[in-house]
Design a protein around this ligand. Structure first.
Ligand code: IVH
Length: 673
C-alpha cells in the first residue's frame, strides 16, 4: 500500500469506528486502539500535506480558532414550534390540522392523518448544509433569519458526518439539536470545580456555551452530540418526513430511534405518556415531544404562520414537583473553599427517584426564597439533574419559625467566611489549613492532566492526611517508605509504585506543574500560555499586572488571582520546597528555543494547503512566537499565511482590507530570525 492509500484506508477505518461508536452506540474497537489510529493518521497527514482532505476525521480534534463568528443568512428561516401543555391543546391541534386539510368528519376513518412523534431534545438547534455529500456549513439558529457560522466547532462533533455515504441528495440542509449528555455535563462541572469556576447550570446552557467557544479543540474535548430531525431542500429523496429521516440514517446521520409514526391522536397520547416517565432513564435531557404531520404535500397545504409551521407542535412536559419537609440545612466546603448550602429533606419520591437533598446554591437564593428549617418546600426536577427548591408552602409555616441565618464561619475549620462583592458564593479563605481544601488541592495536583501520579488516589490521600503525613503538595515529596509501611493496605509493592510515581512526576514539564499547583482560575490552557510567555516561575512571581494582561487568555480575574496566590508567604514556601525537590519550574531548552516574541501583536489567518508544515503546525508556530490565529479575515488581520488552492473569496477580501499576503517560506524565514 502506498502512502496515499494508507491515509485513505485509515480515514475510512476511523470513520467507520466513529460511526459505530457515536451514531450506532456500538463500539467496534477499544478507545486505545481508536486513539492509535487517529495518531497514525495525524502523523501521516502532517508528513504529507499534499493529501489534505477537508472531510478527514483528523479535523475532529479541532485546532481552528474563530475569534468572531461570521453571521450568515439562513436559506430557509429557522422557525420555532408553537407549544402545547395539555391533551386538550393537542386535540385542538389535531382538529386544526384536519380542517386545514379539508378532511370532514365522515371521511375521518378513511383518511387518517399520519403524525410523527419525536423526542424534543433540550439543546441548541443547528442547521447543516451538505454539498455533494460534504458538510460545508453549520449555522446556529440566531434570530431565525440569520445565525452564526460555527462550522469549525461542529466538525468536532463525532456523530455529525463530514462525508455522507450511499445515495445522498446533492444539496440539502438538515437540522437537529446539539446537546450534552448527562455524563459529559457532570465531567465538565467537576473540572470547573477543580479550578474554582462556578458550575454550569444545566446541560443546555453548557451545550450552547460550548458551541460559542473560540478554540475548536476545546469544543472537541467536550464531546457534544447531535440528533438530526428535519431535512429541507429543493430536491429531497422522498415525499414524507419519516422516510426522509430513514434515508438520512442510511447516509450516516444520527437519527433518534425513539420516533414513531402515529395514525390517531390517541396513539400520540400513548407516546407522550410513555416518555413522560421513561425520559428519566435517557442519558440526556428532553423537555417534551414534537408532533409533526408526516406527509410533505399535507405540510405544504397547511403552511406556516409568521413564527412556526402549522403542521407541527411541541408538547412540553410539566416539570415534576413534590412537596416535602425541610429538615435542616447543611453546608459543604468544596475543594476551592466554596461553600454550598444543601437542603436535607424528608425523603420524597420525584420523577422516578427518591429525593433526600437539594442544592440551595448560595445565600441569595436562601434569602430570595425565604426558606427556613421546618418549612414545607416544593421541589422540582426540570432541566437540571439535581432537584431544586422552587418555593415554600407558606400555609404550612409554623408561627415560631425564624429566617435562616447564613453561616459566618467554615463548618470544617472554623475560619471566617468571605464573600466578594461580585460573587454569589461564600468562600473559606483558610485555603492552606482547611481539610477539604487541602485534600482537594492534593487530589488536583496528582490528577492525570496535572502531575499524573496515579498511584496516589483519593483514598490514599485521605489516609496520608489522617496520619498527619501530608498537609500540602510539597509534603508528597518528603514521603518515606518507613512512614508508609505501617499504614493499612500498604504493601512493599504499592509503596514502591507510589514512590516511583512521585519520582517520575519530577519530569512533568513546567506548564503542567503550573496547572497542578492550583492557582484559582488557571486552567490547563491558560497555564500553557503563561508558561510559554513567562518561561520561569521566578519571572511569574515578579510579573506585574500589566505584563500578565499581555498574555493571551489572561484577563483581570486571572491576573489578580495569580498575584494573590504569590502574595501568600506559605505558597511561596511550598513552591521553593518543590523547586528544591527538582520539579520543573521553567520551560525546557527545547521549548524555549522554539518560542519567541517576534510575532507579538500580529494577527494571522491561515488558508490553503502548505508543503512544509500542516496547518496545525503553522498555527502552533504562530502561537509559540507570540502571534494570534484567527479563523476569518477581518479589519484586525495583519497577515494572510497563504498556501496553495486558497479560495478566491478570501484573496479578494484580504486585498480589499489591505492584509499582507505571506508565503510559507517567507513566514518560516521570518520566525527563524
Ligand atoms: S422540528 C420547523 N424536532 O425545539 C420545525 N425541533 O421549540 C423545526 N427541537 O427550535 C423544529 N427537538 O431547537 C424539531 N425533534 C425535534 C426537536 C426540535 C428539539 C427544538 C428545536 C426548535 C425548538 C422549538
Amino acid at each position: 500500500m502506498n502512502t496515499e492509500q494508507k491515509i485513505k484506508q485509515l480515514r475510512e477505518d476511523i470513520n467507520q469506528h466513529n460511526y459505530q461508536y457515536y451514531v450506532l452506540d456500538k463500539p467496534s474497537v477499544s478507545d486505545y486502539e481508536f486513539d492509535m489510529l487517529i495518531e497514525q493518521l495525524l502523523d501521516l497527514e502532517k508528513k504529507h500535506p499534499e493529501f489534505f482532505d477537508a472531510t478527514s476525521p483528523s479535523h475532529r480534534v479541532g485546532g481552528q480558532i474563530t475569534k468572531e463568528f461570521k453571521t450568515v443568512a439562513h436559506e430557509y428561516p429557522m422557525l420555532s414550534l408553537s407549544n402545547s401543555y395539555s391533551k386538550e391543546d393537542l386535540q385542538d391541534f389535531d382538529e386544526r390540522v384536519r380542517k386545514g386539510l379539508g378532511i370532514n368528519h365522515s371521511d375521518l376513518l378513511n383518511t387518517p392523518v399520519a403524525y410523527v412523534c419525536e423526542l424534543k431534545f433540550d439543546g441548541l438547534s443547528i442547521s447543516l448544509t451538505y454539498k455533494q455529500g460534504v458538510l460545508v456549513q453549520a449555522l446556529t439558529r440566531g434570530d431565525g433569519v440569520q445565525g452564526d457560522d460555527v462550522t469549525n466547532n461542529v466538525k468536532t462533533i463525532r456523530s455529525i458526518p463530514l462525508q455522507l455515504k450511499n445515495d445522498f441528495s446533492d444539496f440539502f440542509e438538515i437540522r437537529g439539536e446539539v446537546f450534552l449528555s448527562h455524563r459529559m455535563f457532570e465531567k465538565i462541572n467537576k473540572e470547573r470545580e477543580e479550578i474554582g469556576e462556578p458550575p454550569l447550570a444545566n446541560p443546555r446552557n453548557a451545550a450552547s456555551g460550548t458551541m460559542k467557544m473560540q478554540d475548536s479543540s476545546a469544543v472537541a474535548k467536550r464531546r457534544l452530540d447531535c440528533y438530526l430531525y428535519y431535512m429541507i431542500g429543493k430536491t429531497l429523496p422522498t415525499a414524507s418526513h419519516s422516510q426522509n429521516l430513514e434515508k438520512a440514517k442510511t447516509w450516516g446521520f444520527k437519527i433518534s430511534p425513539h420516533t414513531k409514526v402515529c395514525y390517531s391522536i390517541q396513539q400520540v397520547f400513548d407516546f407522550i405518556d410513555y416518555w413522560n416517565t421513561e425520559r428519566h432513564h435517557l442519558p440526556f435531557d428532553i423537555d417534551g415531544i414534537v408532533i409533526k404531520v408526516n406527509d410533505y404535500a399535507q405540510q405544504q397545504q397547511l403552511g406556516y404562520t409568521a413564527k412556526s409551521p402549522r403542521w407541527a407542535i411541541a408538547y412540553k412536559f410539566k416539570a415534576e414537583q413534590a412537596s416535602t419537609l425541610l429538615e435542616n440545612i447543611s453546608y459543604q466546603v468544596g475543594r476551592t473553599g466554596a461553600i454550598t448550602p444543601v437542603a436535607n429533606l424528608k425523603p420524597v419520591s420525584l420523577a422516578g427517584t427518591i429525593v433526600k437533598r437539594a442544592s440551595l446554591h448560595n445565600a441569595d437564593i436562601i434569602e430570595k426564597l425565604d426558606v427556613r428549617v421546618g418549612d414545607w418546600v416544593f421541589v422540582e426536577k426540570g432541566g437540571e439533574i439535581i432537584p431544586k427548591i422552587i418555593g415554600v408552602d407558606r400555609n404550612k409555616r409554623t408561627a415560631h419559625s425564624a429566617p435562616t441565618q447564613y453561616i459566618t464561619h467554615c463548618p470544617e475549620c472554623g475560619a471566617l467566611l468571605r464573600r466578594q462583592e461580585d460573587e454569589a458564593q461564600h468562600y473559606c479563605i483558610n485555603e492552606n489549613h482547611c481539610a477539604p481544601q487541602i485534600k482537594g488541592k492534593i487530589e488536583h495536583f496528582v490528577s492525570r492532566k496535572a502531575m499524573n501520579i496515579d498511584s496516589l488516589g483519593a483514598e490514599t490521600i485521605e489516609q496520608l492526611y489522617n496520619q498527619n503525613l501530608i498537609r500540602n503538595i510539597a509534603d508528597i515529596y518528603e514521603l518515606k517508605k518507613e512512614q508508609l509501611l505501617p499504614l493499612e493496605r500498604m504493601a512493599e509493592k504499592s509503596i514502591a509504585n507510589l514512590l516511583e510515581g512521585i519520582e517520575q512526576s519530577k519530569k512533568i514539564p513546567f506548564e503542567r506543574v503550573l496547572y497542578a499547583i492550583g492557582i484559582r482560575h488557571v486552567g490547563e490552557t491558560t497555564a500553557k500560555k503563561i508558561a510559554r510567555k513567562i518561561k520561569t516561575i521566578e519571572a511569574l512571581m515578579r510579573a506585574s499586572q500589566e505584563e500578565l494582561l499581555q498574555i493571551d487568555e489572561v484577563g483581570e480575574v486571572i491576573a489578580q488571582s495569580i498575584a494573590s496566590f504569590f502574595s501568600v508567604e506559605e505558597n511561596k514556601q511550598i513552591i521553593s520546597r518543590l523547586i528544591q525537590k527538582g520539579l520543573q519550574f521553567e520551560i525546557s531548552n527545547e521549548q524555549a528555543q522554539e518560542s519567541s516574541d517576534i510575532l507579538q501583536g500580529k494577527t494571522f489567518v491561515i488558508s490553503g494547503v502548505f508543503s512544509k508544515h500542516s496547518r496545525d503546525e503553522l498555527k502552533d508556530l504562530i502561537e509559540k512566537n507570540g502571534g494570534k490565529n484567527t479563523g476569518s479575515i477581518s479589519g484586525k488581520t495583519n497577515y494572510l499565511l497563504a498556501g496553495d488552492n486558497m479560495g478566491p473569496e478570501k484573496l479578494k477580501k484580504a486585498e480589499k482590507l489591505g492584509v499582507v499576503l505571506l508565503s510559507e517560506d517567507d513566514f518560516l524565514k521570518w520566525i527563524k530570525k
